[in-house]
Design a protein around this ligand. Structure first.
Ligand SMILES: [Fe+2]
Length: 131
């Protein structure tokens, strides 16, 4: 039996459509708000259909030297074309991209984890420096 952490996939986002892409400055000022965007399928589009879609993205921050990461936010995507008329007949689809406003007091690593309803868990990370 595998541990769940062994089932989390990593890959190059330019070659694999499931990898969350974290976009934010490489360097920010201590205590100053900045925006972090996380999206799936930046280079190769991921489907967004009733049968195949991204369920959620969770964003974490792990400060340098800290033992534990902290969750910045959890974002659920709950509309994928569902309808009483059948799959993909609905009029609303939540796109799998988020933006969060964040401030930091220490350098560290932003980590994103996402779930595709049929292809499982995917992660990525981005180092960010606080000056
Ligand atoms: Fe998928």
């Amino acid at each position: 039996m595998s541990k769940i952490t062994e089932l989390v996939h990593e890959a190059n986002w330019k070659e694999e459509k499931h990898v969350p892409v974290i976009e934010c400055p490489d360097q920010v000022k201590n205590g100053e708000l900045f925006q972090v965007k996380v999206g799936i399928g930046k280079e190769i589009a991921h489907p967004n259909t009733t049968e195949h879609h991204i369920r959620w993205i969770s964003l974490y921050f792990h400060a340098d030297g800290d033992k534990f990461p902290f969750q910045v936010g959890h974002f659920e995507f709950t509309s994928h074309g569902e309808s009483v008329e059948g799959p993909n007949k609905g009029s609303v689809y939540t796109h799998h991209e988020i933006a969060a406003s964040v401030k930091l007091g220490k350098s560290g690593t932003l980590q994103a984890l996402s779930l595709c309803n049929i292809h499982g868990l995917w992660q990525s990370e981005k180092v960010i420096k606080v000056i």
